[in-house]
Design a protein around this ligand. Structure first.
Ligand SMILES: [Zn+2]
Length: 271
Protein backbone atom coordinates (compact mmCIF):
# COMPACT_ATOMS: atom_id res chain seq x y z
CA UNK A 1 0.00 0.00 0.00
CA UNK A 2 1.21 3.49 -0.78
CA UNK A 3 0.54 6.69 1.16
CA UNK A 4 -1.77 8.21 -1.50
CA UNK A 5 -3.97 5.13 -1.60
CA UNK A 6 -4.30 5.17 2.14
CA UNK A 7 -5.30 8.85 2.21
CA UNK A 8 -7.93 8.36 -0.56
CA UNK A 9 -9.53 5.39 1.23
CA UNK A 10 -9.75 7.31 4.50
CA UNK A 11 -11.57 10.30 2.91
CA UNK A 12 -14.67 8.27 1.92
CA UNK A 13 -15.47 7.36 5.56
CA UNK A 14 -18.22 9.30 7.51
CA UNK A 15 -16.83 12.43 9.23
CA UNK A 16 -14.27 13.93 6.86
CA UNK A 17 -12.38 15.88 9.55
CA UNK A 18 -11.99 12.90 11.89
CA UNK A 19 -11.01 10.64 8.96
CA UNK A 20 -8.45 13.15 7.75
CA UNK A 21 -6.99 13.35 11.27
CA UNK A 22 -6.81 9.54 11.55
CA UNK A 23 -5.23 9.42 8.10
CA UNK A 24 -2.52 11.89 9.08
CA UNK A 25 -1.81 9.89 12.28
CA UNK A 26 -1.60 6.65 10.27
CA UNK A 27 0.69 8.23 7.68
CA UNK A 28 2.84 9.56 10.52
CA UNK A 29 3.23 6.04 12.01
CA UNK A 30 3.63 4.49 8.55
CA UNK A 31 6.52 6.89 7.84
CA UNK A 32 8.13 6.10 11.21
CA UNK A 33 7.94 2.39 10.58
CA UNK A 34 9.34 2.92 7.04
CA UNK A 35 12.22 4.88 8.57
CA UNK A 36 12.86 2.07 11.07
CA UNK A 37 13.01 -0.48 8.26
CA UNK A 38 15.37 1.70 6.25
CA UNK A 39 17.70 2.07 9.25
CA UNK A 40 17.68 -1.72 9.70
CA UNK A 41 18.51 -2.26 6.01
CA UNK A 42 21.38 0.25 6.20
CA UNK A 43 22.71 -1.46 9.35
CA UNK A 44 22.67 -4.88 7.67
CA UNK A 45 24.33 -3.55 4.50
CA UNK A 46 26.92 -1.69 6.61
CA UNK A 47 27.74 -4.81 8.65
CA UNK A 48 28.15 -6.94 5.52
CA UNK A 49 30.41 -4.31 3.89
CA UNK A 50 32.51 -4.01 7.09
CA UNK A 51 32.96 -7.78 7.35
CA UNK A 52 34.35 -7.85 3.82
CA UNK A 53 36.49 -4.72 4.11
CA UNK A 54 40.33 -4.89 3.92
CA UNK A 55 40.68 -3.60 7.54
CA UNK A 56 38.54 -6.46 8.80
CA UNK A 57 40.57 -9.01 6.84
CA UNK A 58 43.71 -7.55 8.43
CA UNK A 59 42.16 -7.81 11.91
CA UNK A 60 41.61 -11.52 11.30
CA UNK A 61 45.35 -12.11 10.67
CA UNK A 62 46.52 -14.49 13.38
CA UNK A 63 48.84 -13.11 16.01
CA UNK A 64 51.83 -14.99 17.40
CA UNK A 65 53.67 -13.52 20.39
CA UNK A 66 57.44 -13.90 20.54
CA UNK A 67 58.96 -13.29 23.95
CA UNK A 68 62.76 -12.89 23.83
CA UNK A 69 64.04 -14.05 27.25
CA UNK A 70 65.57 -11.52 29.70
CA UNK A 71 66.58 -7.97 28.59
CA UNK A 72 67.88 -4.74 30.13
CA UNK A 73 69.43 -5.28 33.58
CA UNK A 74 68.61 -9.00 33.27
CA UNK A 75 71.22 -10.54 30.99
CA UNK A 76 70.26 -14.17 31.64
CA UNK A 77 72.94 -16.83 31.16
CA UNK A 78 76.32 -15.99 29.71
CA UNK A 79 79.25 -17.95 28.39
CA UNK A 80 81.58 -18.33 25.43
CA UNK A 81 81.44 -14.57 24.87
CA UNK A 82 77.65 -14.61 24.48
CA UNK A 83 74.97 -13.04 26.68
CA UNK A 84 71.60 -14.79 26.63
CA UNK A 85 69.48 -11.61 26.29
CA UNK A 86 71.34 -10.63 23.07
CA UNK A 87 71.03 -14.05 21.43
CA UNK A 88 67.34 -14.42 22.34
CA UNK A 89 66.56 -10.99 20.85
CA UNK A 90 68.44 -11.71 17.62
CA UNK A 91 66.80 -15.13 17.25
CA UNK A 92 63.35 -13.69 17.98
CA UNK A 93 63.71 -11.06 15.25
CA UNK A 94 64.70 -13.78 12.79
CA UNK A 95 61.72 -15.95 13.81
CA UNK A 96 59.48 -12.90 13.42
CA UNK A 97 60.67 -12.32 9.85
CA UNK A 98 59.84 -15.91 8.86
CA UNK A 99 56.44 -15.88 10.57
CA UNK A 100 55.48 -12.59 8.91
CA UNK A 101 56.44 -14.11 5.57
CA UNK A 102 54.17 -17.07 6.41
CA UNK A 103 51.23 -14.67 6.89
CA UNK A 104 51.17 -14.21 10.66
CA UNK A 105 51.17 -10.97 12.61
CA UNK A 106 53.95 -11.02 15.21
CA UNK A 107 53.98 -9.08 18.48
CA UNK A 108 57.19 -9.08 20.51
CA UNK A 109 57.33 -8.40 24.27
CA UNK A 110 60.52 -6.45 23.45
CA UNK A 111 62.44 -5.76 20.25
CA UNK A 112 65.24 -3.80 21.91
CA UNK A 113 67.47 -4.45 24.93
CA UNK A 114 64.82 -3.43 27.50
CA UNK A 115 63.63 -4.57 30.92
CA UNK A 116 60.23 -6.26 30.45
CA UNK A 117 59.40 -5.81 34.17
CA UNK A 118 58.66 -2.16 33.28
CA UNK A 119 56.29 -3.00 30.39
CA UNK A 120 53.06 -2.31 32.32
CA UNK A 121 52.49 -0.51 35.66
CA UNK A 122 52.38 -3.11 38.44
CA UNK A 123 51.87 -3.19 42.19
CA UNK A 124 53.90 -6.40 42.51
CA UNK A 125 57.04 -6.20 44.60
CA UNK A 126 60.13 -7.74 43.05
CA UNK A 127 61.51 -7.26 39.53
CA UNK A 128 61.38 -10.97 38.70
CA UNK A 129 57.67 -11.25 39.55
CA UNK A 130 56.86 -8.11 37.54
CA UNK A 131 58.91 -9.47 34.65
CA UNK A 132 56.97 -12.74 34.45
CA UNK A 133 53.60 -11.08 35.09
CA UNK A 134 54.23 -8.55 32.31
CA UNK A 135 55.21 -11.22 29.81
CA UNK A 136 52.01 -13.09 30.66
CA UNK A 137 49.86 -9.94 30.48
CA UNK A 138 51.37 -9.08 27.10
CA UNK A 139 50.31 -12.51 25.78
CA UNK A 140 46.83 -12.11 27.29
CA UNK A 141 46.28 -8.70 25.67
CA UNK A 142 47.47 -9.92 22.26
CA UNK A 143 44.67 -12.43 21.52
CA UNK A 144 47.44 -14.56 20.03
CA UNK A 145 46.93 -18.09 18.73
CA UNK A 146 50.35 -19.02 20.10
CA UNK A 147 53.31 -17.69 22.08
CA UNK A 148 57.01 -18.56 21.96
CA UNK A 149 59.35 -17.83 24.85
CA UNK A 150 62.93 -17.89 23.60
CA UNK A 151 65.82 -18.76 25.95
CA UNK A 152 69.35 -20.15 25.91
CA UNK A 153 70.23 -22.86 28.43
CA UNK A 154 73.18 -23.35 30.75
CA UNK A 155 74.24 -26.33 32.83
CA UNK A 156 76.92 -27.40 35.31
CA UNK A 157 77.45 -30.41 33.01
CA UNK A 158 79.31 -29.11 29.95
CA UNK A 159 78.19 -32.17 27.97
CA UNK A 160 74.52 -31.16 28.10
CA UNK A 161 73.64 -29.93 24.64
CA UNK A 162 70.87 -29.39 22.11
CA UNK A 163 67.58 -27.50 22.01
CA UNK A 164 64.80 -28.41 24.49
CA UNK A 165 61.17 -27.29 24.10
CA UNK A 166 59.00 -27.03 27.24
CA UNK A 167 55.18 -27.01 27.36
CA UNK A 168 52.49 -26.87 30.05
CA UNK A 169 51.92 -30.51 31.06
CA UNK A 170 48.08 -30.65 30.77
CA UNK A 171 48.04 -28.80 27.42
CA UNK A 172 47.52 -31.12 24.43
CA UNK A 173 48.04 -28.27 21.94
CA UNK A 174 51.19 -27.26 23.83
CA UNK A 175 52.50 -30.81 23.58
CA UNK A 176 51.80 -30.94 19.83
CA UNK A 177 53.51 -27.60 19.14
CA UNK A 178 56.48 -28.49 21.38
CA UNK A 179 56.87 -31.90 19.70
CA UNK A 180 56.81 -30.38 16.21
CA UNK A 181 59.33 -27.64 17.08
CA UNK A 182 61.57 -30.14 18.91
CA UNK A 183 61.57 -32.46 15.89
CA UNK A 184 62.53 -29.61 13.54
CA UNK A 185 65.23 -28.29 15.90
CA UNK A 186 66.75 -31.74 16.45
CA UNK A 187 67.36 -31.97 12.72
CA UNK A 188 69.00 -28.53 12.60
CA UNK A 189 71.12 -29.16 15.73
CA UNK A 190 71.84 -32.87 15.08
CA UNK A 191 70.49 -33.58 18.56
CA UNK A 192 68.12 -36.10 20.15
CA UNK A 193 66.40 -34.09 22.89
CA UNK A 194 62.72 -34.64 23.69
CA UNK A 195 60.09 -31.99 24.50
CA UNK A 196 59.52 -31.71 28.26
CA UNK A 197 56.22 -31.14 30.11
CA UNK A 198 56.20 -28.68 33.05
CA UNK A 199 53.43 -27.98 35.56
CA UNK A 200 54.75 -24.91 37.33
CA UNK A 201 56.32 -22.59 34.75
CA UNK A 202 54.32 -19.44 35.55
CA UNK A 203 53.73 -18.10 32.01
CA UNK A 204 53.13 -21.54 30.44
CA UNK A 205 50.63 -22.33 33.18
CA UNK A 206 48.55 -19.16 32.91
CA UNK A 207 48.84 -18.35 29.21
CA UNK A 208 45.44 -18.34 27.45
CA UNK A 209 46.94 -19.69 24.19
CA UNK A 210 49.26 -22.49 23.05
CA UNK A 211 52.58 -21.49 24.56
CA UNK A 212 56.02 -23.10 24.55
CA UNK A 213 59.37 -22.17 26.07
CA UNK A 214 62.28 -22.95 23.77
CA UNK A 215 65.78 -23.36 25.18
CA UNK A 216 67.62 -23.11 21.89
CA UNK A 217 70.91 -24.64 23.09
CA UNK A 218 73.46 -24.65 25.94
CA UNK A 219 75.89 -21.74 26.25
CA UNK A 220 77.92 -24.04 28.54
CA UNK A 221 78.44 -26.56 25.74
CA UNK A 222 81.28 -25.83 23.30
CA UNK A 223 79.49 -27.25 20.27
CA UNK A 224 76.19 -25.41 20.93
CA UNK A 225 77.94 -22.12 21.74
CA UNK A 226 80.08 -22.29 18.58
CA UNK A 227 76.98 -22.83 16.47
CA UNK A 228 74.97 -20.14 18.23
CA UNK A 229 77.72 -17.63 17.52
CA UNK A 230 77.12 -17.88 13.75
CA UNK A 231 74.31 -16.07 11.95
CA UNK A 232 73.93 -19.02 9.56
CA UNK A 233 73.00 -21.37 12.42
CA UNK A 234 70.69 -18.79 14.03
CA UNK A 235 68.93 -18.44 10.70
CA UNK A 236 68.46 -22.22 10.41
CA UNK A 237 67.08 -22.35 13.96
CA UNK A 238 64.73 -19.42 13.35
CA UNK A 239 63.38 -20.89 10.13
CA UNK A 240 62.85 -24.32 11.73
CA UNK A 241 60.90 -22.79 14.64
CA UNK A 242 58.82 -20.47 12.45
CA UNK A 243 57.87 -23.16 9.94
CA UNK A 244 56.77 -25.55 12.72
CA UNK A 245 54.71 -22.80 14.33
CA UNK A 246 53.15 -21.67 11.04
CA UNK A 247 52.08 -25.22 10.19
CA UNK A 248 50.91 -26.27 13.64
CA UNK A 249 48.85 -23.16 14.40
CA UNK A 250 47.34 -22.80 10.91
CA UNK A 251 43.84 -24.00 11.89
CA UNK A 252 43.72 -22.61 15.44
CA UNK A 253 40.84 -20.11 15.77
CA UNK A 254 41.51 -16.60 17.11
CA UNK A 255 40.66 -16.70 20.85
CA UNK A 256 38.14 -14.29 22.42
CA UNK A 257 39.45 -11.16 24.19
CA UNK A 258 40.94 -11.96 27.59
CA UNK A 259 38.88 -10.79 30.57
CA UNK A 260 41.37 -9.16 32.87
CA UNK A 261 41.60 -10.15 36.53
CA UNK A 262 43.68 -8.18 39.00
CA UNK A 263 47.42 -8.55 38.60
CA UNK A 264 48.07 -9.46 42.23
CA UNK A 265 45.39 -12.17 42.32
CA UNK A 266 46.74 -13.67 39.13
CA UNK A 267 50.16 -13.90 40.65
CA UNK A 268 48.79 -15.40 43.85
CA UNK A 269 47.01 -18.06 41.77
CA UNK A 270 50.39 -19.59 41.16
CA UNK A 271 51.34 -19.83 44.85
ZN1 LIG B 1 66.71 -17.68 30.08
Amino acid sequence: MNENGQVRRLYIQGDANVSQLRGVVKIFFFRRSLLRHMVMVYLVIGTVLFMHSPQSAQAQTKVVVIDPGHGGVDGGASGAGLIEKDVTLDLSKRIRAHLVQAGYQVQMTRDTDTDVSKLFPSKLSGRHKRDLQNRLDFIRKSQAVGALMIHINSSTNVNDRGPIVFYYAPSESGKTLATNIQHALNQVASSTQRPLPRKNFFVLRHSPCTTVLIEVGFLTNNSDAARLRTTVYREHVARAIAMSVATTLRDVPVPPPYVKKTVVNDWLLDK
